[in-house]
Write a protein that binds this ligand. Structure first.
Ligand SMILES: [Fe+2]
Ligand SMILES: [Fe+2]
Length: 176
């Protein structure tokens, strides 16, 4: 995860595609919002965007739309309570709509990009079936990255706790 986070900056093609968004003051605010317990919403969005972009390039898909919509797929500044207070459905149903509205305010959004953002919660919301291959790439990458973001730090926390517990135990032959 750390590698993808740092390597996007060295990818001139990717930076050119997203630079008007990635340093946008509203997107930068997502850096302050905890996401998936151990990361922030901007880092998560960049991981999804860059990983999806590389897959789209490899498969000759629209890598530009994939990168931009991937970056905007979770573009909302509310926490869970804030989204719930809007009364526009469950968190899974509502946040893609908010992200799409926010995206339309700061840039032009194509039909493909709209589908990518609105359908990124495919299988865990009532958003319907994605219409494009690029939408499927982003929805699966989002899930893969989300699982990694939660499980990798959790694995480190658990193994550190086990290690610290074990080091406190007396060796079996300590009384010998
Ligand atoms: Fe999301
Ligand atoms: Fe996401």
């Amino acid at each position: 995860m750390q590698n993808a986070q740092s390597s996007w900056k060295d990818d001139a093609e990717y930076v050119t595609i997203v630079e008007d968004l990635i340093y946008h003051e509203e997107l930068l605010q997502m850096e302050e919002i905890t996401h998936h317990h151990f990361t922030n919403r901007l880092e998560h969005s960049i991981r999804v965007s860059y990983t999806s972009f590389k897959i789209a390039q490899k498969w000759n898909l629209d890598a530009c739309a994939t990168a931009r919509a991937g970056l905007l797929h979770d573009f909302f500044l509310e926490d869970r309570d804030g989204v719930a207070a809007l009364n526009i459905g469950s968190h899974a149903d509502a946040h893609p709509k908010i992200a799409c509205d926010n995206a339309c305010r700061i840039t032009e959004i194509s039909e493909l990009e709209r589908d990518i953002i609105l359908k990124h919660m495919f299988l865990v919301s009532r958003c319907g079936i994605p219409r494009y291959k690029e939408s499927f790439v982003v929805t699966y990458v989002d899930k893969y990255i989300a699982i990694k973001e939660v499980t990798v730090p959790l694995k480190d926390i658990i193994s550190n706790r086990i290690r610290s517990f074990i080091t406190k135990l007396n060796p079996a032959n300590s009384n010998a």
